[in-house]
Ligand binder design. Structure first.
Ligand SMILES: Nc1ncnc2c1ncn2[C@@H]1O[C@H](COP(=O)(O)OP(=O)(O)O)[C@@H](O)[C@H]1O
Ligand SMILES: [Mg+2]
Length: 260
């Protein structure tokens, strides 16, 4: 097993608010890794930093052995590419470049295009794919995997239930055949049985397609049961990390996150 994603001591601030402090996380190729934490802990900020949507002020992020973000690395090259050479090298990849390397984010709250049909939403997920035939084939795969989406392919997304919209958001992310799938609270606001369905799908995507998954959740029980390795975040810091099976038995985790 090799490390696919290495987050090394990163910090992110929003003005004077320190949202992440010295956060380190390792995701091995082929695993499902989860990050649990309360609302406001910094979970979404970490995912945004991974895909280049928030700049980091300390540390670095390495993906597939290549640095994709580094604190202090010049952003000037991004703004003035023609001066790139003179301004020195920047290791910070843009969000589209990170997506191009196989990282797909399913954002919190799903962010579906409500006025578009299911099919149009899936097409949006394939923006990096040039081959029309491949796109069509990928869509059929998605309709097989999520039959409810197949049945509703011509319907506007706003007519779908919350669980169906979450499935669609996941299918949209899979359209680019990612190597690393980042999921921001896929269970948010959904009924327990629906959450179970979604987590079963995530397990299949991991097991059968070999997609590595980094999952962020407030629903600690579901996330720890679904994952191999787990991290606990409080106030922007990682306070615990262990095998998920061990975290499920951990007294602090039980008291704070599992309501036991
Ligand atoms: N765009 C933003 N501007 C200012 N503060 C933000 C912004 N996004 C998040 N925060 C703050 O950063 C902290 C972490 O937020 P977030 O990463 O969304 O946490 P979580 O996803 O764990 O709920 C919170 O205190 C939140 O209020
Ligand atoms: Mg969040």
């Amino acid at each position: 097993m090799s490390e696919l994603l290495t987050i090394d001591s990163i910090s992110v601030s929003y003005g004077s608010i320190k949202a992440l402090r010295d956060v380190s996380v390792r995701v091995e190729q082929g695993d499902i890794v989860c990050l649990i934490g309360a609302n406001g802990a910094g979970k979404s900020t970490l995912l945004k930093a991974i895909v280049g949507l928030e700049p980091i002020t300390t540390g670095s992020i390495t993906y597939q052995g290549h640095c994709i973000a580094e604190a202090g690395s010049s952003d000037a090259k991004k703004m003035f590419p023609f001066f790139g050479k003179r301004l020195g090298s920047s290791n910070n990849l843009r969000t589209d470049e990170i997506a191009g390397r196989g990282v797909a984010l399913v954002p919190e709250g799903r962010r579906v295009f409500a006025d578009m049909t299911v099919e149009e939403n899936l097409d949006m997920g394939a923006f990096l794919v040039r081959d029309e035939q491949k796109i069509a084939q990928k869509k059929e795969e998605m309709y097989d995997f999520f039959p409810i989406l197949g049945a509703r392919r011509k319907q506007k997304t706003r007519s779908l239930s919350g669980g169906e919209q979450q499935m669609m958001a996941i299918a949209r992310a899979l359209m680019s055949s990612p190597r690393l799938l980042l999921l921001d609270e896929p269970g948010l606001g959904l009924a327990p049985l629906i959450i179970q369905d979604i987590f079963e799908k995530i397990a299949i995507i991991n097991r059968e397609e070999g997609v590595t998954v980094f999952l962020v959740e407030q629903n600690a029980l579901m996330a720890l049961k679904a994952s191999k390795q787990g991290y606990v975040m409080e106030n922007g810091r990682i306070v615990l990390d262990d095998l998920s099976a061990n975290l499920l038995q951990n007294d602090k985790v039980k008291a704070a996150y599992l309501g036991e």
